[in-house]
Structures are given as C-alpha cells and as structure tokens.
Design a protein around this ligand. Structure first.
Ligand SMILES: [Zn+2]
Length: 82
C-alpha cells in the first residue's frame, strides 16, 4: 500500500547521502585525534594538541592549560596525583 511506496522512496533518497556521510566520518577522525583531558592542577579541560603543555611521568602523559600549571605539577607532582 502507501506505506510500502513511501519506504521505497526513502531508501532511494539515501543514495545521494553516501558522499556527505564519508566526509563526516573523516571529520570525526580528525576530531578524535584531539582528545579532551583534565588539567590535574586547576581542573580545566585541556585539548591535547601538538602545542599543548604536557609532562610525562611514570609512563603517563599529563596535559596542562598553561606552563604555570605544568611547573606547579613538576614542583610537587604528588600533590596532584590521584
Ligand atoms: Zn591549569
């Protein structure tokens, strides 16, 4: 009946959407490369990018909003761990 016809029309409409969908997936991949983590010193959200302040300690990489926070963490990391 009418419903069947409507469903066919819908599936036909999905074909032109294939290309934009692929572009969307690529954008999602680029987004995933930049992760959001928390600055252990001030608790701010930090985006992990190439220029971000970071510090490696015991195999874990910490990210900071600024050099000041990184220096604070470096000075007394035990105050901020956990
Ligand atoms: Zn901070």
């Amino acid at each position: 009946m009418l419903n069947k016809e409507a469903r066919q029309n819908h599936s036909q409409m999905q074909d032109p959407n294939d290309k934009p969908k692929a572009a969307k997936e690529k954008a999602a991949e680029e987004k995933a490369a930049k992760e959001k983590v928390t600055d252990p010193v001030c608790g701010m959200d930090v985006t992990t990018s190439a220029g971000a302040e970071r510090l490696e300690r015991s195999g874990h990489v910490y990210y900071f909003c600024s050099a000041e926070c990184r220096e604070q963490y470096e000075a007394s990391p035990d105050d901020f761990d956990g």
